[in-house]
Design a protein around this ligand. Structure first.
Ligand code: COA
Length: 170
């Protein structure tokens, strides 16, 4: 796709029928995004479709973003995994899906974790806080030792908020 072409896409809640395509997208676009069992994604689509989204272009799923509202903290949307198909990167789809998820969940705080080497996501989380005109706090949630030094990087938690609804421009 030419770099300057504006991408026409729709963001919508994930459906069970999407899981095969979503799983293929995750397999093809590692690393960073940790691949879980197919069953995990079926459960996300079955029980958490209110908070998980896909982006579609010409009928094809080009991005996926999962997350949930923590039962004990209903004001916080936690973003679990986000992936954008390699051929469709550079259109701010990560930030656009996250904004969409914040909006549909009515959350006033956003949380997500990033591996220290993931420069693009770190920058996007900071830009998300700027777009929402709010604060961004960072702390290590899990370190390498928590993963028994099996090669899994630390997970650094970004907490963004408070978020005012009027700052969310989709
Ligand atoms: C992180 C990720 C979701 C961001 O995708 P995105 O929303 O399309 O990214 P952006 O539009 O913000 O673009 C980010 C930068 O990547 C660049 N980029 C464009 N195409 C690219 C490609 N094919 N590969 C890598 N980077 C690319 C963009 O030009 C942009 O750089 P610039 O701002 O200096 O021009 C995506 O890179 C991805 O799926 N990575 C693998 C999984 C991952 O890291 N998930 C997040 C875990 S927290």
């Amino acid at each position: 796709m030419p770099e300057d072409e504006r991408l026409d896409f729709q963001i919508r809640n994930v459906k069970i029928e999407d899981v095969t395509e979503v799983y293929r997208l995750l397999v093809a676009n590692r690393p960073y995004v940790g691949l879980n069992s197919r069953y995990t994604y079926f459960l996300l689509a079955k029980d958490f479709s209110d908070t998980c989204v896909v982006a579609q272009h010409n009928g094809k799923i080009i991005a996926f973003s999962s997350g949930y509202i923590q039962p004990s903290r209903p004001d916080t949307f936690f973003n679990w995994e986000t992936v954008v198909h390699r051929d469709y990167r550079g259109h701010s789809l990560q930030k656009r899906m996250l904004l969409h998820q914040i909006k549909i969940t009515n959350a006033t705080y956003f949380e997500g974790t990033v591996n220290p080497s993931n420069k693009i996501s770190k920058r996007n989380f900071c830009e998300l806080a700027e777009l929402l005109n709010t604060k961004c706090e960072k702390r290590t949630l899990f370190n390498e030792e928590d993963f028994e030094n099996d090669g899994h990087e630390a997970e650094v938690l970004y907490r963004i908020g408070p978020i005012s609804k009027k700052q969310i421009v989709l």
